[in-house]
Design a protein around this ligand. Structure first.
Ligand SMILES: NC(=O)c1ccc[n+]([C@@H]2O[C@H](COP(=O)([O-])OP(=O)(O)OC[C@H]3O[C@@H](n4cnc5c(N)ncnc54)[C@H](OP(=O)(O)O)[C@@H]3O)[C@@H](O)[C@H]2O)c1
Length: 314
């Protein structure tokens, strides 16, 4: 059976399945987080740029106040936005997130992207985006993350969307070790190479977009989500599971923590209920066969940024 938690290199247990909160509409995410806590979720993936930390925080604080859950049972992640990569901007940015949540500390704070934008760039930046690029080195940002850790504002620190050489560069220069690299991970891009690289160095992969769904689905050049594949549905029937449960189980079997987003209570329950079956070798090989390394989230507007991460193979 799959483990329900994954131990991080600082001894903290990360719940394997978390709830994603990106694109949950205002008014939706509060109910989603409450439904998730009731269903047994303890891991919540958030970010300052999602603009809904306050609503997520309201739900969490209400559930703590009603005695449904204790703060120390929860694992709450948020992310530093690109405009705040100067080392002295990190602590204030994290404090703004904490204020929005109404919480005293985070469990995990991530550098959202390795590439920065000038502090006063529009949020989100669009149009002729190159004029907003900043060349602040993510190693400088990491020093700010270490300061935030020292102050007890977060129990762990990590990053998101870093490629292998960027991971190594932080490891070569850090004082406090990263625990997690959060990257897109679904059967179309199963990240086996990056996962093996990170694992060898004690870093856990958290997989975003695990169901492969986004606003780009159906547009030319974007891969079809595996959950719509008829054979995946057939595999699910054998175990009395949905295609989404098959895909999440497959990713978790690779040692990846998954953070599916849903605002639908029945799907929230469904996405956590993935631990009681094991795919056989042939079924696993079928899911492996989807891997083409095609991303849904490649941010091509940033491809000329000095620290763009997706030009490397992994
Ligand atoms: N670090 C980064 O740069 C980054 C980038 C992207 C995402 N993320 C994080 O990763 C999380 C997940 O990624 P994502 O939201 O892009 O994609 P996703 O979780 O792969 O897909 C979410 C979509 O799938 C639907 N869905 C959920 N459960 C389902 C099920 N059981 N069956 C069928 N459809 C289902 C949801 O619809 P309903 O809500 O209508 O149920 C929603 O439309 C985000 O919310 C965010 O927290 C991080």
């Amino acid at each position: 059976m799959l483990p329900k938690t994954i131990k991080l290199n600082n001894g903290v247990e990360l719940p394997t399945v978390g709830l994603g909160t990106f694109k949950s509409k205002p008014g939706e995410v509060e109910n989603a987080v409450k439904a998730a806590i009731d269903a047994g979720y303890r891991h919540f993936d958030c970010a300052w740029i999602y603009g809904n930390e306050a609503e997520v925080g309201t739900a969490i604080r209400e559930k703590i106040a009603s005695g449904s859950v204790k703060r120390e049972e929860l694992f709450i992640t948020s992310k530093l936005w690109n405009n705040f990569h100067d080392s002295e901007e990190v602590v204030p940015a994290l404090k703004r997130s904490l204020e929005a949540f109404g919480l005293d500390y985070l469990d995990l704070y991530l550098i959202h992207w390795p590439f920065g934008l000038k502090k006063d760039s529009p949020i989100p930046a669009s149009g002729d985006i190159q004029q907003y690029f900043s060349d602040v080195d993510y190693l400088e940002t990491w020093r700010g993350m270490e300061d935030a850790y020292d102050l007890g504002l977060t129990k762990s620190i990590g990053f998101s969307n870093f490629n292998a050489s960027q991971v190594q560069r932080v490891l070569d220069h850090c004082r406090i070790k990263p625990v997690v690299n959060q990257v897109e991970c679904n059967p179309n891009i199963n990240q086996k190479k990056l996962n093996a690289f990170c694992k060898e160095r004690g870093i856990v992969l958290v997989g975003y977009c695990p169901l492969g769904r986004s606003e780009f689905v159906g547009k030319p050049g974007f891969p079809a989500p595996t959950i719509f594949d008829p054979r995946v549905a057939e595999i699910g029937k054998k175990y009395n599971k949905s295609p989404a449960q098959v895909v999440l189980n497959y990713l978790a079997s690779l040692g990846v923590s998954v953070i599916p987003k849903s605002a639908t209570p029945s799907r929230i329950i469904e996405n956590l209920n993935i631990f009681d079956f094991t795919l056989n070798a042939e079924e696993t090989a079928y899911l492996d066969s989807f891997n083409t390394n095609q991303r849904v989230t490649s941010l091509p507007d940033f491809k000329d940024h000095k620290y763009y991460s997706f030009s490397a193979e992994f």
